[in-house]
Design a protein around this ligand. Structure first.
Ligand code: FAD
Length: 479
């Protein structure tokens, strides 16, 4: 039998991998192939933190395949050119791939398909990284949903018996392997140690780590998820996002294990369903990206194309990026991002609102910074979420709803635990002032060892004036 090449680029796992399972079941030799095609991704080439992550995920996949007597072939360059060479070197007769939803993945898929047709090769495309394919969920008018709640209601009706596939037990090797690059040749880990080392302390990429995280989350936090998920000082969410981005765990596996947990723990059912609803937001983002592929850069609400974003100086943007705005919850979030490659969802909303509303900077600036620094930077979730906060996305928070960083801090980090962790220069501030050190009496600041403007910045802007400026800007694009 001729070997089958299985493209692993967007699905770095063995579990619940339909393309791989089908190839293995056929009994043909299987060649797992990862291609890093920078030109196809263009500006969406993975950022620094993601590249660090991918290096770890690929290392882990290499080891998992080796344990089965197989091998991960690693290549860099144009997908079709790499495939052509690999087909020649192995005598393969078929390409199996997992469907992607971003514009660059769709274009690459089309190119692979055209190449296969021209050369009389079999090319099969499998689903693998969503619960439901985007074409399956449509409203009564046959149109894509643009509001989350009806989308998720319909999706839940359509998701029935989810039975994820186990990892293959056998994988036949080809007589000759195509050439493969060492992982380092991808230059995925060029991050300086001062950036990468703290991230490595927090995260363990790879399929096994993802499965462990899911089961720990179900055991320890799923029951209280809806109640606790908004408190950034508490580890109450799954932290599965970076694994989902590279397909180290499948949403169907998450769904299945969570349903099993619900069946065994009826009292915790609503907590766990709340968690699945958030996984539903990921589905919704991908649904939007598929139907509105321009959304990675263009506002879904067209009138926002004329929004008068400020072309401010780079200094303010730099202060936001570094967590030096003088607003403690914003600074804690931006520093958590820098130090760990991840930020709590509640705080993501607060820092994003601060950038696009208080500072009036374009959401692209935030999208780009997140793209470079998040280990979970995701083409669908990042753009959908930034548009949601900026008010220009589907089902978005209205632009006039501006998060108050002080009130958000007081509500969700009452005792300031999150701020004390990431903004240590405020660690000794009393709870009453930790969210607004600029209002603290001189004596309180002195006791806490805080000197505003020296040990911790003064607020970079006047919130009242900033709010009025934001609302005035909104007025210019109102219909
Ligand atoms: C400005 C902004 C940018 C964001 N950028 C990204 C991004 O690049 N990548 C990313 O995965 N998420 C992004 N999010 C969404 C969300 O913050 C993260 O998915 C979540 O914090 C990940 O943590 P978790 O895995 O512990 O989530 P959990 O609460 O455990 O949720 C489980 C999974 O559901 C999905 N999910 C949860 N919340 C959301 C949401 N609001 N929108 C879409 N999917 C969600 C994620 O895949 C997540 O892993 C962004 C949110 C904001 C406000």
């Amino acid at each position: 039998m001729k070997p089958i090449i299985v493209l692993m680029t967007n699905i770095l796992r063995l579990d619940d991998h339909p393309a791989l399972a089908e190839a293995c079941d056929s009994g043909a030799p299987v060649v797992p192939l990862y291609i890093f095609d920078e030109a196809a991704m263009g500006r969406w080439v993975p950022g620094g933190a993601r590249r660090w992550w991918l290096q770890g995920a690929l290392k882990s996949l290499t080891a998992d395949l080796a344990a089965m007597g197989s091998k991960l072939i690693v290549a860099r360059g144009d997908t079709v050119a790499v495939l052509q060479k690999a087909m020649q070197q192995t005598g393969a007769g078929a390409i199996y791939l997992t469907r992607g939803y971003s514009p660059y993945e769709r274009e690459t898929e089309q190119a692979v398909h055209a190449y296969a047709v021209e050369n009389d090769l079999l090319c099969r495309r499998f689903a693998g990284n969503l619960l439901l394919e985007p074409e399956m969920v449509e409203n009564k008018q046959g149109r894509p949903y643009e509001v989350f709640t009806p989308f998720w209601r319909r999706a839940c009706e359509l998701i029935d018996d989810v039975a994820p596939l186990d990892a293959p037990e056998d994988m036949a090797a080809p007589d000759s392997w195509p050439e493969s690059l060492p992982l380092d040749a991808l230059e995925f880990a060029p991050m300086p140690a001062f950036w990468a080392d703290p991230i490595a302390e927090v995260w363990q990429p790879g399929e096994a780590a993802a499965r462990e995280r899911l089961s720990d989350f179900l055991e320890e936090a799923a029951a209280t998820y809806p109640k606790m998920r908004d408190y950034p000082a508490v580890e109450a969410t799954s932290r599965l996002s970076p694994y989902l981005v590279s397909g180290e765990i499948s949403p169907r596996r998450i769904w299945y294990e969570t349903q099993r947990y619900i069946a065994a723990n009826e009292a915790s059912a609503s907590g766990a369903s709340g968690f699945l609803r958030e996984v539903g937001w990921r589905e919704f983002s991908y649904h939007l990206l598929f139907h509105f592929p321009h959304m990675m850069r263009a506002p879904l609400k067209e009138r926002f194309a004329d929004f008068p974003w400020r072309a401010g100086d780079g200094k303010a943007l730099n202060e936001w990026q570094k967590g030096l705005t003088g607003f403690p919850i914003v600074d804690a979030g931006m520093r958590q991002l820098w130090q760990t490659g991840w930020m709590h969802n509640r705080v993501r909303m607060v820092v994003a609102s601060f950038l696009v509303k208080d500072m009036l900077w374009h959401w692209h600036e935030g999208e780009d910074w997140f793209w470079d620094t998040l280990v979970d930077a995701d083409p669908a979730n990042n753009s959908a979420s930034w548009q949601w906060v900026a008010g220009c996305g589907a089902d978005a928070a209205p632009y006039f709803r501006i998060f108050n960083p002080i009130a958000q801090g007081e509500k969700f980090d009452k005792d300031g635990g999150y701020i004390r962790t990431y903004v240590p220069e405020l660690a000794d501030m009393p709870n009453d002032y930790i969210h607004k050190p600029f209002e603290a009496p001189e004596g309180v600041l002195r006791m806490a060892g805080v000197e505003l403007g020296k040990t911790y910045p003064r607020p970079m802007l006047d919130r009242k004036a900033a709010r009025e400026r934001a609302l005035a800007a909104l007025g210019t694009i109102k219909k």
